[in-house]
Design a protein around this ligand. Structure first.
Ligand SMILES: CCCCCCCCCCCCCC(=O)SCCNC(=O)CCNC(=O)[C@H](O)C(C)(C)COP(=O)(O)OP(=O)(O)OC[C@H]1O[C@@H](n2cnc3c(N)ncnc32)[C@H](O)[C@@H]1OP(=O)(O)O
Length: 236
């Protein structure tokens, strides 16, 4: 744990506004990237039986060595953040291992996210590990990416909720190995319901359209004061 004077609350964690990674977080990212590359490499690996047995042994040894280190506890990290006592490392621990977007997760391309005006934007290049139809991104992975993007429209509002409904219309295949652009924006808020939409683009062509409803378990959704100017946009 690095020493820090800055403490973070869970609600402070916004897309692309996370603290600079500590040296430890940078190393986790490098390890995650290396394992993601391994994940691509292992697909239909053209190795002999003896080589495969050797790789299995090496992988087991690596896993056993890591298991000796233990793992930092997610619940404890989240608790500190919910109490407003999280460190920068706690923030990166939370976001860096998220599926698809986490820079230290072997299950991420990674999908990069950022806020731009009234939109959440994303970009990623997906490899073979994410294939559905030949040469194309799996529709379920697109659904996952859109779930993540649309959920981040909650950065503009008070309250945080869960996915209630996510409707996806696949308009065209989304290719692997090319930059895929994602967009999401708020449409309106109705009490505890937040309605938003998303889209997926490749080389200027829209391949997917989505609509979502997020449900806040407690209070009503309302814009954060710093995003009050979005009122006009979401009512337009
Ligand atoms: C504190 C922070 C901690 C954070 C921890 C880390 C978070 C990380 C999160 C990562 C997340 C990653 C993302 C994930 O993976 S989220 C995981 C996938 N989603 C779920 O598991 C959700 C499961 N469902 C539920 O929990 C409940 O059914 C919910 C909470 C959704 C509603 O149950 P609740 O009892 O509260 O609702 P209500 O009956 O009082 O109805 C209220 C209003 O909502 C309307 N409605 C209801 N359901 C739906 C629906 N499905 N679609 C559209 N609308 C719906 C309903 O008509 C009514 O509207 P109206 O009639 O008033 O107009």
């Amino acid at each position: 744990m690095i020493m820090t004077d800055t403490f973070y609350h869970f609600r402070d964690i916004r897309v692309a506004e996370t603290p600079a990674p500590s040296p430890r977080a940078e190393l986790h990212r490098e390890l995650g990237r290396t394992l993601a590359e391994l994940n691509e490499q292992v697909l239909r690996l053209d190795a002999s039986d003896d080589q495969l047995r050797d790789y299995i042994q090496q992988a087991r040894e690596l896993k056993a060595a890591m298991a000796e280190q233990g793992q930092r506890d997610y619940g404890t990290t989240l608790r500190r953040l919910l109490d407003g006592e999280g460190t920068g490392d706690d923030v990166t621990d939370l976001v860096d291992f998220e599926i698809l977007t986490g820079k230290a997760s072997p299950l991420s391309p990674p999908l990069e996210l950022w806020l731009e005006g009234d939109k959440v934007k994303g970009r990623g290049i997906f490899g073979l590990a994410f294939q559905g139809p030949p040469g194309r991104l799996h529709g379920g992975v697109i659904g996952l990416a859109l779930d993540i993007l649309l959920a981040k429209t909650q950065d503009f509002v008070e309250q945080i909720g869960v996915t209630g409904t996510l409707k996806i219309r696949y308009l065209a295949g989304t290719p692997l190995h090319k930059p895929v652009e994602f967009e999401a924006r708020l449409i309106r808020m109705e009490g505890r319901k937040l309605i938003c939409e998303g889209s997926v683009w490749v080389e200027g062509q829209q391949t997917v359209a989505a609509e979502g409803i997020w449900i806040s378990p407690r209070g009503d959704y309302r814009l954060k004061p710093e995003y009050a100017e979005l009122e006009a946009a979401i009512r337009a």
